[in-house]
Ligand binder design. Structure first.
Ligand code: PMP
Length: 429
């Protein structure tokens, strides 16, 4: 019988060294059910990471499984050369919830490709290769998106055909403006943006791209309204705003369906991926027709929106909307916050607990400082696993523990997760 340790050895032999499984003794997940996963060795874990926010409404969700099985039994792939009802229906659903007027939807297999498409549309529409992004950003692994990624641990090259400038704002804990109140912080970031535009660009910048909450960057967030304040400066100059909703979409933040809605701005484009297919490969971009239609030659994504992924997407979105999962994210997030914030506040090595809805992070630092403590973060992460809880890591210095429970998580499951976190914190202390 295959064991986790056999698979760990085979993983290391056949996959590239830049991939690294979590944990000193990696977990081989065999199957899942709701908020739980089961490993090959008989272990059961409460999954508060969902394979990086991608299993969004629980493992083996009956509606998604049924939709995928039904579609698999009909046809797996047709391409956009033919009329595919699942794809068209899902595109209509996404356009309707996007909040973008005259929306067009273009599907891609991954978030990186969705952002790459956004860059193609923005640079073509504006005939400019200048892009603004936010410090501490992550937008994907492909060549173009590496250029708009400022997170140094995740940026594998500086080569690019884009000219990119990074502005302040997304990561308050390590910002020079961190001691300012929300309004003053926002004003300082807007001043910085204006200076970057006036002093370091050729003026005709194509677009700004931003994650409403920085995912890989450790669930760091700007104050509500910051991107709206940026948007005023951008729209005065015709610069587009792209919201990367790969982690923040579909009600995850509880207060809003999209992360951008906390900022009093309607983006010109938004990109989505990860949880949209509840684990099936699916991503895409929504933009105003006028912007997308700039491309007047053929552009084609073989797997984008294929019937199987579109069926999974439609079943997932119907569940999110039909079962009020955004409201659940808000209620469960508040429940989690109430239970955990006193624990975080009394743990000297947790410099900050931050988040909203079902996105929560603990930034681990030397007690009483913001000096990152990567090794204690690793211990905390391992301790959570010992107590049966899967959580993620992230942050610029690898010193952030991230949690993203399923959008349909129950209060009992949150309580179980909180108990595991408390026990893990006690172990590490
Ligand atoms: N944007 C954001 C905000 C992400 O978090 C990610 C993935 N971590 C991506 C884009 C890239 O998505 P993918 O891994 O599907 O290419």
């Amino acid at each position: 019988m295959t064991t986790s340790s056999d698979l760990a050895a085979r993983y290391r032999r056949v996959l590239p060294s830049f991939l690294a499984p979590y944990y000193a003794e990696p977990i081989a997940i065999d199957h899942g059910e709701g908020s739980y996963v089961y490993d090959l060795d008989g272990g059961r874990y409460l999954d508060f990471f969902g394979g990086v926010l991608t299993t969004m409404i629980g493992h083996r969700h009956p509606a998604v499984t049924a939709a995928v099985q039904e579609q698999a039994d009909k046809v797996l792939h047709t391409s956009t050369l033919y009329l595919s009802e699942p794809m068209i229906e899902f595109a209509e659903m996404v356009a309707e919830v996007s909040g973008i007027p005259d929306a067009r939807v273009y599907f891609t297999p991954s978030g990186s490709e969705a952002n790459d498409a956004a860059l193609l549309f923005a640079t073509s529409y504006r005939t400019s290769n200048q892009i603004l992004a936010i410090r501490n950003s992550y937008h994907g692994r492909v060549f173009s998106t590496q250029a708009i990624t400022s997170h140094s641990s995740w940026r594998s090259t500086s080569h690019s055909g884009l000219q990119v400038q990074f502005v302040h704002g997304g990561y308050r804990l390590r910002s020079p403006f961190r001691d300012l109140d929300d309004d003053a912080y926002t004003a300082a970031c807007v001043d910085d943006l204006v200076q970057v535009l006036d002093m370091t660009s050729a003026g005709d910048v194509a677009a700004m791209i931003a994650e409403p909450i920085q995912g890989v960057g450790g669930f760091a967030a700007a104050p509500d309204g910051l991107f709206g304040a940026f948007g005023k400066e951008l729209s005065n100059r015709g610069i587009l705003f792209i919201s990367d909703e790969v982690q923040t979409g579909w009600g995850r933040t509880g207060d809003h369906f999209w992360g951008y809605q906390a900022h009093d701005i309607v983006p010109d484009m938004l990109t989505f991926a990860k949880g949209v297919g509840n684990g099936i490969t699916l991503a895409g971009i929504v933009a105003r027709a006028e912007i997308m239609d700039t491309i007047d030659v053929l552009n084609f994504s073989t797997f984008g929106g294929n019937p199987l992924s579109a069926a999974a997407g439609a079943a997932t979105l119907r569940t999110v909307l039909g079962e009020g999962l955004q409201a659940n994210a808000k209620a469960m997030g508040e429940h989690f916050e109430a239970a955990m914030s006193p624990v975080a506040a009394s743990t000297p090595w947790i410099a900050e607990m931050r988040g909203r809805g079902l996105m929560w992070a603990f930034e681990v630092c030397e007690p009483g400082t913001i000096e990152p403590d990567k090794s204690r973060t690793g211990e905390f992460h391992e301790a959570c696993r010992r107590h049966g809880l899967l959580v993620g890591k992230g942050g610029l210095y690898g010193n952030v523990v991230r949690l993203a429970p399923m959008l349909n998580v129950s209060a009992d499951e949150i309580d179980e997760g909180v108990a595991a976190l408390r026990a893990a914190i006690a172990d590490v202390a």
